[in-house]
Design a protein around this ligand. Structure first.
Ligand code: CA
Length: 362
């Protein structure tokens, strides 16, 4: 047999084997199906970090699934208003959403534990509780009531305490103060005699500049710089006692999620985990650069809340958690898990992170 014939036969043989191999092991029909999903968010379109986290999550899911799960992201208001994300995903109008679960306190008070609790867990603690401390299972139990499945998909780290035009020297300085501050933090401020108002992100600057509100909190130096608050307020307070490590969320309509092939479910899980890490890193890597710029270029005065003010706010916060736990059995269960986890997390931190932080002077 001539060499060319041998190669030809071998080639045919190889093709034949390949075809037979495919015939013996057909790919599952579901593995080839392309899913075109929509994700709505509570953020303005492509909003730095927060909106980008949603964009990246969709991008990573598409890449990891080789285009089989194709998600179009819509900023707040593009498809549904920002605060209708929960309902839109729950009802199945859209398949996915990105936001922060404390926006849904009106749906169920326990949603707030999966975003931020005043004087609660920081980013590392939230991740530890959610990933390895039973938090995710409780989140699943809560969201299943609404035909939803949620994941941690971003974290701001410890936020700043907010922008003020007067110094806060005693707790009495908060009395009558009209401040934009969401969630449980707002309820704590109310206990101190303040007036907590909710203003959508895009309107905060104008309201602060015109004196409609006296003060506002937002996130931290990187994001607050972009919002321009330094043009309307003089004092920038630390720390963000009200949001010590706010978790962002990605949510999926549970029926749609359960109907996905297992590999696509795992891809959503992995993309959310990546987004969770990415957002925290963005804030932690950039905050100090922007804080320096605020101080050196824009003459912002950085202040710390006095310990006595924080101690009183902590007392109000503890009262609030007792009131919250009394609302219903599931909120009680979640609150108890959160508090018990934080107690042992704090004990470990006292001899690990806190001791290590004190070595900075060496
Ligand atoms: Ca905030």
């Amino acid at each position: 047999m001539k060499r060319r014939d041998i190669l030809k036969k071998a080639g045919v043989g190889a093709v034949g084997l390949g075809a037979a191999g495919l015939a013996l092991k057909p790919r599952k029909a579901s593995a080839k199906k392309v899913y075109n999903w929509k994700m709505v968010t509570t953020w303005p379109p492509h909003f730095p970090v927060l909106g980008e986290a949603a964009d990246y999550t969709a991008k990573w899911i598409k890449e990891m699934s080789d285009g089989r799960l194709n998600i179009t992201v819509y900023g707040g208001g593009e498809l549904v208003p920002p605060l209708q994300v929960f309902d839109a995903v729950s009802s199945g109008t859209v398949e996915m959403g990105h936001g922060a679960s404390y926006y849904w306190a009106g749906k169920h008070p326990a949603t707030q534990f999966f975003a931020a609790v005043p004087f609660g867990l920081n980013a590392q603690g939230m991740n530890a509780w959610l990933v390895a401390g039973g938090g995710q299972e409780l989140w699943d139990e809560l969201y299943a009531k609404f035909n939803l499945k949620g994941w941690p998909a971003g974290n701001t780290g410890v936020q700043m305490g907010g922008w003020f035009n007067k110094e806060i020297k005693t707790i009495a300085d908060l009395k009558g103060l009209k401040m934009r501050i969401p969630g449980l933090g707002g309820k704590v401020l109310a206990k101190a005699g303040g007036n907590a108002v909710l203003v959508a992100g895009g309107e905060i600057y104008t309201n602060l500049d015109r004196g409609v509100i006296d003060a506002t909190e937002w996130v931290g130096p990187y994001h607050d710089s972009k919002m321009g608050f330094y043009k309307a307020a003089k004092y920038y307070y630390s720390p963000g006692w009200h949001e010590p490590g706010t978790t962002l969320e990605c949510m999926v309509n549970k029926k749609k999620y359960d109907a996905l092939p297992k590999d696509l479910q795992a891809i959503i899980d992995a993309a959310c985990a990546k987004s969770n890490m990415w957002s925290l890193c963005e804030f932690e890597a950039k905050n100090n650069k922007y804080l320096k710029e605020l101080v050196e270029k824009h003459n912002v005065q950085v202040r710390q809340f006095p310990d006595a003010v924080l101690a009183q706010l902590k007392k109000y916060s503890d009262e609030l958690l007792v009131e919250l736990a009394a609302k219903d059995p599931l909120t009680k269960k979640i609150c108890e898990s959160y508090i018990a986890f934080k107690k042992q997390y704090d004990e470990w931190n006292a001899i690990s992170e806190e001791r290590y932080a004190k070595l900075k002077h060496l």
